[in-house]
Ligand binder design. Structure first.
Ligand code: TMP
Length: 216
């Protein structure tokens, strides 16, 4: 079953671009650079993050990442990520795309497939099914996956690790392999970028893909 159910999505004018990556992959730095690049070009850009981006979704984010939420079951965790996403789609993503905006989102449904699916073993088919409901069938036009060796990525985190980051190296390795599997299945949408490369070199590669999509 395909992750995206584009055929049920009403026609929309905007563009939806997502950024995915394992911990410490340099994803956030690249999003900032792309945002600045597009704003300089005069594009109407909306930047969002997952889980989060709305008042309700940010509250759910706090529960999900809090180390005090130890003992949360995989089912509860998966549904909370989906709940945060559903609110963000309804409140922000769907209306912005309808208005013709470029929406950049730090993580989306692929994160749930990689972390809860391939990482924790939650059924992939089930995540796709409930994902279609939460996202209203909205699928990214383009996704960047910043790939980095799991151990190297975790070493890059200087601050206190959150509940997900604290998980064992083997978990993060499964997440990475999951992302690579998703990218192999959808090469037209998911572009794998080597996160170990120099930041400017990565930005250049990202820009080339963006320019292609935007016709710049
Ligand atoms: P961030 O650190 O990129 O802001 O993402 C928050 C954490 O939540 C990160 O460790 C990845 C994790 N995550 C999931 O496990 N499943 C999801 O569906 C999403 C969106 C994030």
């Amino acid at each position: 079953m395909a992750v995206c159910v584009k055929d049920i999505v009403p026609k929309r004018k905007g563009l939806f671009i997502t950024f995915e990556g394992s911990e410490g992959s340099g994803k956030s730095t690249q999003i900032k650079l792309v945002r600045r690049y597009l704003e300089k070009k005069g594009a109407r850009v909306l930047f969002l993050r997952e889980p989060g981006g709305t008042k309700i979704s940010e509250k759910i984010r706090r529960i999900l990442l809090d180390v005090g939420s130890a003992g949360m079951g995989d089912e509860c965790e998966t549904l909370l990520y989906m709940a945060a996403r559903a609110q963000l789609v309804k409140e922000t993503i769907a209306p912005a795309l309808k208005k013709g905006m470029i929406v950049l989102c730090d993580r989306f449904l692929d994160s749930t497939l990689a972390y809860q699916g391939y990482g924790s073993g939650v059924s992939i088919e089930w995540i796709k099914k409930i994902g279609g409901f939460a996202t209203r069938g909205i699928c990214p036009d383009l996704t960047f996956f910043f790939d980095i060796d799991a151990q190297e990525g975790l070493k890059r985190i200087q601050r206190a690790k959150d509940r997900i980051e604290q998980r064992a190296l083997a978990y993060h390795e499964r997440v990475r392999q999951g992302y690579l599997k998703l990218a192999r299945r959808e090469p037209a949408r998911i572009k794998v970028i080597q996160g170990s490369k120099d930041k400017d070199e990565i930005h250049w590669i990202v820009r080339k893909h963006m320019d292609g999509l935007l016709g710049l």
